[in-house]
Design a protein around this ligand. Structure first.
Ligand code: ASP
Length: 325
């Protein structure tokens, strides 16, 4: 038998219809843990970590969750852990767990796009897929994974792509690592490398901003973050890592104020690189002191920066860490 812990945090998988729409019921435990959701060779232990919609989950709560998961993975009690979470910020919590944990057992996040009151509910099936995945010992070598809609994704690459569809979770440019097919787990790919924080006690107490640029937009927002004293700032630039010229001046201003500025792209797929030399081009931004941060999604890069600063990494260390991205 495999002893799997289910750590629940809230989200649609726990929600029921209330008067004005879906909401969390604090009085029930409506996680769909019944019938054939639990495979016959699995025993479960349910631990309620919190019960909130995932837009209410802050980086501090994510850090607490990681510390709880670390304690559980080290306890020797479990063969695997499944975390249930709201889909809106699931990729952020799962990513933080992925860069922090050095787990010798599988840690698998899952969720539901539809509540248990809706037609074609996906929560029970996703939970079963996650339990099956967490029962396969070798899954821990893939890092933290995310299982929805019969697909197994790497937490480092997965993102919510669709507001409502059950096939929302995708890894653009990379694809899933494997699949759930009825009772079988088919693993097909293994990431060659993974970003990991140096061994540390996780702390997310540093403020890091996130600004998305658009045509003619970004300068005011970047200056605002610098003036608010953000330790670092992620700029989701255009294309290969370029911003409007005024935004480039704002990047320089932020750097001069002591804010670490990291550039990623608002494109779904691909790396940023300093190939353009015009005012606002990637090469120009590098000269102004910004760090180009590979192909990381802005919301994950922000957490990586928060965690890196929280454990005391310097600008030099951070540059080095990001050189690999
Ligand atoms: N808004 C919900 C949440 O993230 C969506 C979901 O769980 O699917 O909590």
């Amino acid at each position: 038998m495999k002893n799997i812990a289910i750590v629940s945090t809230g989200g649609t998988i726990e929600m029921l219809p209330g008067h004005g729409g879906l909401d969390i019921s604090y009085h029930h435990n409506p996680l769909p843990i019944q019938g054939n959701v639990i495979p016959p060779f699995v025993t479960i232990e349910h631990i309620r970590f919190c019960s909130v919609p995932s837009p209410s989950i802050t980086p501090e709560i994510m850090a607490q969750l990681c510390l709880k998961l670390e304690e559980m993975t080290l306890s020797g009690r479990y063969h695997g852990i499944v975390v249930t979470h709201g889909t809106d910020t699931l990729e952020e919590s799962a990513f933080l767990a992925d860069i922090y944990l050095r787990s010798a057992i599988p840690v698998v996040f899952t969720a539901a796009m539809r509540s248990q009151s809706e037609m074609g509910v996906d929560g029970p099936r996703n939970l079963r897929g996650a339990l099956l995945t967490a029962s396969r010992h070798e899954v821990h070598k893939l890092g933290v994974t995310v299982v929805l809609n019969d697909e197994i994704h790497s937490a480092s690459r997965v993102t919510k792509t669709y507001t409502s569809n059950v096939s929302s979770f995708k890894s653009p440019g990379y694809g899933p690592l494997g699949f759930v097919d009825q009772d079988r787990i088919l693993l097909q790919r293994k990431p060659l490398w993974r970003i990991q924080l140096p061994e540390c006690k996780l702390k997310l107490n540093q403020r890091v901003g996130l600004v998305r640029t658009a045509a003619g937009l970004g300068a005011r927002e970047i200056r605002y973050c610098a003036d608010c004293g953000d330790r670092a700032l992620v700029v989701e630039a255009l294309g290969r890592g370029n911003v409007p010229p005024e935004a480039a001046e704002a990047v320089q201003y932020a750097v001069e104020q002591g804010t670490i500025v990291c550039i990623t792209s608002r494109c779904y797929i691909g790396r940023v690189l300093g190939v353009y030399n015009y005012p606002g081009g990637g090469a120009d931004l590098e000269r102004r002191g910004a760090i180009l941060a590979g192909d990381m999604q802005g919301q994950k890069l922000r957490l990586l920066l928060m965690a890196s600063l929280g454990i005391g990494l310097t600008m030099k260390n951070i540059r080095k860490l990001f050189e690999r991205l």
